[in-house]
Design a protein around this ligand. Structure first.
Ligand SMILES: [Zn+2]
Length: 294
């Protein structure tokens, strides 16, 4: 009888690796589709479309079981509009999944985009619905696989107005002292050479061997775009990782090379190569898992 029980257990144990949590790519594409749809009208900060996107993110974080950050998913901030000098407000959407320690990895993307111009909706599918939908996919994954570090999932607002959501976030110095790393995703879904960059290793060389060790999900992971001699092609302050870097918090920024749809109305769901996008989110998840082991 004992022998029989043992034999019966073997197939059950043998199945376990297949039950490992994996990225829900079907949901990822659905989230990308909604966030970059005409319903959110380009998500410009302060607009109704931006609010619709925000409500969607809150609902999705709740569904995935990610907790509100500091008792709330929404974090309002004010800033001065650089063009008009008027005072504006934005709202970050932030969720968290507790790890085994309170040392934090902050994963970021921006949900705002350019809005409507000359009655054209700028859907910003790559910029940065792609990173925002990836945040939701990461939250889904880590709700099922508890991380070592406490993970903060921050969907920032007003990036397009000067990285304002990220600037507001890094003002909390007590919080920031617990942050070990920022992983920023901005434009991670569109490249026709299967290439994506991890920028920041010039400033934080200790991150490079970890990135070199990961499974890149069939893509080519490139380094660079982070040295001062590059001028406009130095991406050190090009997106929300900039304010983290200014405060001395190490960052890795994942993003693709600029493309023909960048800041154009054609940056929409239909122009996203979905297989590349799924691989890119898998690659970034692999990187987060590797950093979480450190
Ligand atoms: Zn962007």
């Amino acid at each position: 009888m004992k022998k029989l029980l043992f034999l019966l257990l073997i197939p059950v144990l043998g199945c376990q690796p297949n039950n490992k949590t994996s990225l829900d790519t079907t949901q990822l594409i659905e989230d990308l589709r909604f966030i970059s749809s005409d319903a959110t009208e380009g998500r410009r900060t302060g607009t109704e479309g931006n609010r619709i996107a925000r409500e969607y993110l809150i609902t999705r974080f709740q569904e995935e079981g990610a907790e509100p950050f500091q008792d709330s998913y929404t974090h309002e901030f004010t800033f001065e509009n650089r063009r008009t000098q008027e005072e504006m407000s934005g709202v970050n959407v932030i969720a968290q999944i507790d790890g085994k320690t309170d040392s934090m990895i902050v994963i970021t993307a921006h949900y705002d985009h350019l809005g409507v111009r000359d009655s054209l909706i700028f859907n910003g599918a790559d910029d940065d619905a792609s990173g925002t939908a990836a945040l939701l996919a990461m939250a889904d994954y880590f709700a099922k696989e508890q991380p070592n570090h406490t993970l903060i999932f921050a969907a920032f607002d007003a990036e397009e107005m000067g990285l304002q959501g990220a600037r507001a976030f890094v003002e909390d110095s007590v919080l920031l002292s617990k942050v070990k790393l920022n992983i920023n995703m901005d434009m991670i879904s569109n490249n026709d050479s299967s290439e994506i960059y991890a920028a920041g290793t010039y400033h934080y060389p200790e991150t490079k061997p970890i990135l070199e060790s990961i499974d890149t999900a069939g893509l080519r992971l490139l380094f660079g775009h982070d040295t001062p001699d590059l001028g406009y092609n130095d991406w050190t302050f090009s997106s929300d990782h900039g304010p983290f870097h200014s405060k001395g918090v190490p960052f890795v920024y994942f993003g693709v090379e600029d493309h023909e749809n960048y800041h154009k109305a054609t940056d929409e769901f239909e122009t996203i190569p979905q297989e590349f996008y799924k691989s890119s989110v898998q690659l970034i998840l692999n990187a987060i898992l590797a950093f979480d082991e450190q």
